[in-house]
Write a protein that binds this ligand. Structure first.
Ligand SMILES: Nc1ncnc2c1ncn2[C@@H]1O[C@H](COP(=O)(O)OP(=O)(O)OP(=O)(O)O)[C@@H](O)[C@H]1O
Ligand SMILES: [Mg+2]
Length: 334
């Protein structure tokens, strides 16, 4: 009898725990495993961005790594692909949450979303976060600073004891530039620096963004704010520029060439055309045109992937268009 009661009590407890979590307004479409995130990008093709992914892995694994890893670059350099690859790699092994700026164009639900995500990937935190949500009803309507303290910092601090097994959680925030209010971005970056006070259970943030001026300034301010009190920097910046080609003395085959090879092969298979139709020379020429930008390579592939791809003249004509620079004219706004 007693056993049954216990089970019932436990079930009831779990149900109300879940309810408190459910009541937290959050952007579930911004979570790593949501359909929306899955449809917005592709992870890196195997073998590409090797150097960068290794650098990020080293940062994740280093107990003394910076709190924030900031990956900034112009449009189409592959930031989202890197973010998805990191999130995929962390899945199940390390703890992670993926959170996208593009569906969170303000910061009101930033920390509630992360709190919900942390509960999913780090069950040890569940009780703490649930009880924080219970004690702070309507916390999702409060200022982000309060949300960070109540829903994340305090629950993590409970576990941040020398007796607790060390853990490192990584939050991946893609496209911070989508948050259009510079003040919100500035506040957010400033708030995240408080995470450096966690030691045994660390929370780190990988942020990707375009290199907008105000984001640069916010990070610069963060360094100034902290330089007097700390010996090490609080964040690491890693600019993601164009892919450097072999001609520039970097890597064996450049990444856009690998990508074109793979993507064009897939397109040929899809249309039942022999992969060799284009030849290495012309792939290399396309790669040169892409000029180290993934977005350019991806756009060329999409342009080639037309319904009449199986007709030789049609695909050759499209290729001629690309080599003749007609693609830019066709895709530019009217
Ligand atoms: N390493 C990669 N392997 C395969 N495809 C890639 C890779 N990097 C980028 N791509 C492809 O190139 C295109 C542009 O990449 P992505 O969206 O990641 O750029 P971005 O830097 O996030 O751009 P934005 O600043 O507009 O968000 C996408 O179609 C993406 O799938
Ligand atoms: Mg992106």
């Amino acid at each position: 009898m007693e056993a049954i009661q216990q089970v019932v009590i436990k079930t009831v407890q779990n149900a109300s725990e879940t309810q408190h979590l459910r009541d937290l307004a959050c952007a579930s479409n911004a979570m790593f495993d949501s359909g929306e995130v899955e449809s917005t990008g592709e992870p890196c093709l195997e073998g590409t961005q090797r150097h960068l992914l290794q650098t990020i892995q080293d940062w994740v694994e280093s107990p003394t790594g910076e709190v924030i890893f900031w990956l900034d670059g112009v449009a189409g350099t592959g930031k989202t692909s890197v973010a998805l690859t990191v999130a995929n790699a962390l899945n199940g092994r390390q703890c992670f949450v993926e959170d996208r700026g593009s569906t969170l164009d303000h910061t009101k639900m930033f920390f509630t979303t992360i709190a919900r995500g942390l509960v999913k990937v780090f069950p040890d935190l569940r009780t703490q976060i649930v009880s924080a949500a219970e004690k702070n009803l309507e916390i999702d309507t409060k200022a982000p600073q309060q949300q960070l303290e109540r829903l994340i910092f305090e629950p993590l601090s409970v576990l941040d004891k020398p007796t607790f097994i060390p853990a490192r959680l990584v939050v991946v925030v893609d496209a911070l530039d989508e948050c259009k209010n510079p003040k919100e971005v500035d506040d957010l970056i400033g708030m995240l620096s408080a995470l450096e006070n966690l030691h045994q259970v660390q929370l780190r943030v990988l942020i990707t963004s375009r290199g907008d001026d105000h984001i640069h300034k916010s990070f610069e301010r963060l360094n100034k704010r902290n330089s007097r009190s700390r010996e090490t920097t609080i964040y690491r910046r890693s600019p993601l520029n164009k892919i450097l080609s072999r001609a520039e003395g970097y890597g064996e085959v450049d990444d856009t060439m690998k990508y074109l090879h793979y993507a064009l092969g897939k397109i040929a298979d899809k249309h039942g055309v022999l992969r060799g139709w284009i030849g290495q020379d012309r792939i290399a020429k396309l790669s040169q045109k892409a000029d180290g930008l993934f977005i350019y390579a991806a756009t060329m592939c999409r342009f080639l992937d037309s319904h009449d791809f199986d007709i030789e003249e049609a695909r050759e004509e499209r290729l001629d268009h690309i080599f003749g620079d007609v693609i830019e004219m066709e895709s530019s706004p009217q």
